[in-house]
Design a protein around this ligand. Structure first.
Ligand SMILES: O=c1[nH]c(=O)n([C@H]2C[C@H](O)[C@@H](COP(=O)(O)O)O2)cc1CO
Length: 138
């Protein structure tokens, strides 16, 4: 599947190892992560070579192509919120994952849209089970 991975960039990079774990898991299971740059540790440097509108247009293009979204929502990121909302409008399945102690927005936790699944995970083992179940649902 073509998957959009959404994770914080300007909202903070503390969850980078988790984005890398998700991206690696998806790729090793044969999926294409269109927005793989979210899991790249030099993303700010490479993105600084692009204009803001180039970044926006590229990501919205990736979203148009994507069959589902996986969003790590532990950090408060305007971009992740915008992407989740855009995916809701597009009508694709969205899995939002977060650490149990994260201060996740009510716009995610309280979202009753039938395409949105929100799950918390403690570690990579938990997360892998959640990802496997989500992908098996297609
Ligand atoms: O440089 C960027 N490149 C990029 O692809 N994004 C997209 C992908 C991420 O899932 C999301 C992160 O948003 P934010 O930077 O507000 O945390 O927005 C966001 C930025 C910077 O806002």
């Amino acid at each position: 599947m073509k998957i959009f991975l959404s994770g914080s960039i300007r909202g903070g990079r503390q969850m980078l190892p988790t984005y890398q774990f998700i991206c690696g898991y998806l790729r090793s299971n044969g999926h294409e992560v269109l927005s793989w740059h979210v899991a790249h540790d030099g993303v700010e440097a490479t993105e600084s070579l692009m204009s803001e509108s180039q970044i926006y247009e590229r990501d919205m293009g990736f979203l148009r192509e994507s069959e589902c979204m996986i969003a790590e929502v532990s950090l408060a990121s305007t971009g992740v919120g915008y992407e989740v909302c855009s995916a809701i409008k597009k009508g694709i399945p969205i899995l939002c994952v977060h650490k149990p102690d994260a201060n996740v927005s009510a716009m995610i936790l309280g979202n009753t849209n039938c395409n949105v699944i929100v799950k918390d995970y403690s570690g990579n083992e938990d997360l892998e089970v959640i990802l496997r179940e989500f992908l098996a649902s297609f």
